[in-house]
Every structure is written in C-alpha cells, then in structure tokens.
Ligand binder design. Structure first.
Ligand code: DGY
Length: 325
C-alpha cells in the first residue's frame, strides 16, 4: 500500500471503492446529503485524490486547500461545479464521465417529453386522488409527439442520442449547436438553425448544453416570446441554462404549453417554488443518468481516473487534457 489518500464525497459503491483502495487509503463521506464546502475543505489537507459529485462546489479556494492534490475525479459529465480553469493552471487533471450516460440521459429526456405532452403525471395524480374522469372526447387530451418538430439545443453526445430517439418518432429535427454536425444532418435529416429560428419553429425544445458563462440563462424572457404557444421545454442539462423566473412567467401566462425539468436553479428546488404548483410541469430531482447500470459504470470510470493519476499515468476520461500538453 502506498501513502496516498483519497477523499470520496459520497458512497459510490463497493466495487469502485475497492478498486481505489488497491492504490490509496480511502475516506468516504457516508451521509445521505453532501458535505458542505467547509467540510470538504477541512478534509482535503492531506488528500492526493478527490472523488466528487456535481453537488460539491470545488472552487479555487477548495483546490488551494489541498496542496497534494493530483486529480479531481467527478461523477458526472458536466464539470460546472469545479473551477476547471484553476485546476488546469495547477496542472491537476479533472476527470469526468462522458459517453457512458448519453443514452440513459436521452431516455429520460424523452420520458419527460412524452410525460408532459401526454399529461401522464397530471392524469396519474388525478386517478390517485380518486378522480378518474370517465372516458370523454377530450378528457386529458395532450399534444402529439409523433410527427411534431423538436428543436435540440446542444448537439453533443446526449443531444445526438435525443435526436436518434426523436427520429424514431418521425419528428422533424432542428438543432442549434456551437458546431455544425453534417453527419447528423445527413443521417437524421436534421436542420441546423440559429437559436431564434429554432425557438420559433419547434413544438418541443430540449436542452443539452453544458452550463458556462455563454449558456447561463440562454433561455430567457426573449426566448419564451419567440416560442410557439404549444411549445414544451425539456431541460435535462443544468437549471441555470434557463432563467427560471422567466420560465415560470411563460408557463403561468400560457405563453408556452408546458415543461419537463430534471434540473432546477437552485437544486434542490425550494419547496415553495411556484413551479411546483403548475400542473403542466413535470419535475424530477436531477436523475437523468440514474439507472443502476449507468451509475455503476460512472463510478468505475471515476475509479479508473483516480488509479491512473495516482500511478503517474494520464487519466482516461479527462475534461482538461491541456494539463498533459
Ligand atoms: C452529468 O453527468 O453532468 C449529469 O448531470 C449527471 O449525471
């Protein structure tokens, strides 16, 4: 056994922990809620590897509190909770979990889309409350999915997985992304548009961008003004990509038809948030990638990142490969 120490900020499962224990002493935060920034800071002094979650604010100050830190390995593909620029400056590789969760997350985004469009949760709740309205011509009627138009914002791996699902429902696929994807355009007959044009033409708008300064409140009051009245917004990316106040206004005023949200700003959402009183909103607690199989694979990827870094190798799933150049 070496003298390395690894801090893991949640219980990531026996197999992944055992694999890190082959190379390092391991401390696991075993509470069911995340440690605070201060608790992480206090625990990092002698730590060589940090395994963290998207709920952990890994700021410059926290990174500075860990003089021996050799790797940050996060259980998510998004790394917006980490000061990656500062880690890069300190030559600390930041590991993440790309690819493995793309299909799982797109499955969930599509589940939200169907649930909002066809009023699955609203009608389910009514039945549970003893209110099964007899079959009627327009009882619980929602919006067609098959043959409608979807606008995908962010055509990375998860956006592409969403597009493949949409193609299976004969949807017209519009997309907006930092870079054009000719292969997707050819394969799925997808059309690249400016953001505004996409918002104007889509029945469903699904967000698949990372959160950054550029995408913070990308969907805002002006965006809702452009959307169709039957538009349904799906967000499985990050809450802050949407201006939540503007979303609430758009939903309350009937400017758009509904929203399916797996993320909010902040998380957890406040129990009195008006979004929770809107019947046309389906909201879940950031579980897009939460299938047992995917989460186990993500845990093993994090472990691989840690063992590689502590063995002096390049980490296999790196969000800041510049540290190696
Ligand atoms: C991610 O990976 O960034 C998701 O939000 C959680 O799986």
């Amino acid at each position: 056994m070496t003298n390395y120490r690894t801090l893991i900020t949640r219980d990531i499962g026996e197999k992944a922990i055992a694999s890190i224990q082959k190379i390092s002493e391991v401390d696991v935060w075993l509470e069911s809620t995340p440690p605070s920034a201060e608790q992480i800071k206090q625990s990092l002094k002698d730590v060589d590897a940090l395994v963290c979650m998207l709920t952990d604010p890994i700021s410059r100050e926290i990174i500075e509190s860990a003089p021996k830190l050799k790797v940050i390995s996060q259980m998510a593909v998004g790394t917006d909770n980490i000061d990656v620029a500062f880690a890069t400056q300190k030559k600390i590789p930041v590991g993440h979990t790309p690819d493995v969760l793309s299909n799982t997350t797109a499955d969930f985004a599509f589940a939200l889309l169907l649930a909002v469009a066809r009023r699955v949760v609203e009608s389910h709740n009514a039945v549970h409350q003893g209110n099964w309205q007899p079959w009627g011509p327009y009882v619980w009627s929602g919006h067609d999915v098959t043959g409608s138009t979807i606008g995908i914002i962010g055509m990375g791996r998860i956006g592409q997985a969403m597009a493949r699902r949409a193609a299976g429902f004969d949807m017209k696929i519009l997309y907006h992304s930092r870079t054009r994807k000719p292969e997707i355009e050819n394969k799925l007959d997808a059309e690249f548009l400016s953001l505004d044009a996409l918002l104007e033409r889509s029945d469903f708008i699904s967000l698949h961008t990372f959160l950054s300064e550029d995408t913070h409140h990308l969907i805002n009051k002006k965006s809702f003004q452009l959307m169709k009245e039957n538009a349904i917004l799906i967000n499985t990316a990050r809450g802050a990509v949407v201006d939540q106040k503007a979303l609430i206004d758009a939903l309350q005023s009937g400017k758009i038809a509904g929203a399916g949200l797996d993320v909010s700003d902040p998380e957890p959402i406040h129990p009195t948030d008006p979004l929770l009183n809107l019947p046309n909103v389906v909201i879940t607690p950031h579980i897009g990638s939460a299938s047992i199989q995917t989460r186990k694979r993500m845990a093993m990827m994090m472990a691989e990142n840690v063992t590689a870094a502590l063995s002096g190798k390049e980490i296999p799933y790196c969000a800041n490969p510049q540290v190696y150049s």
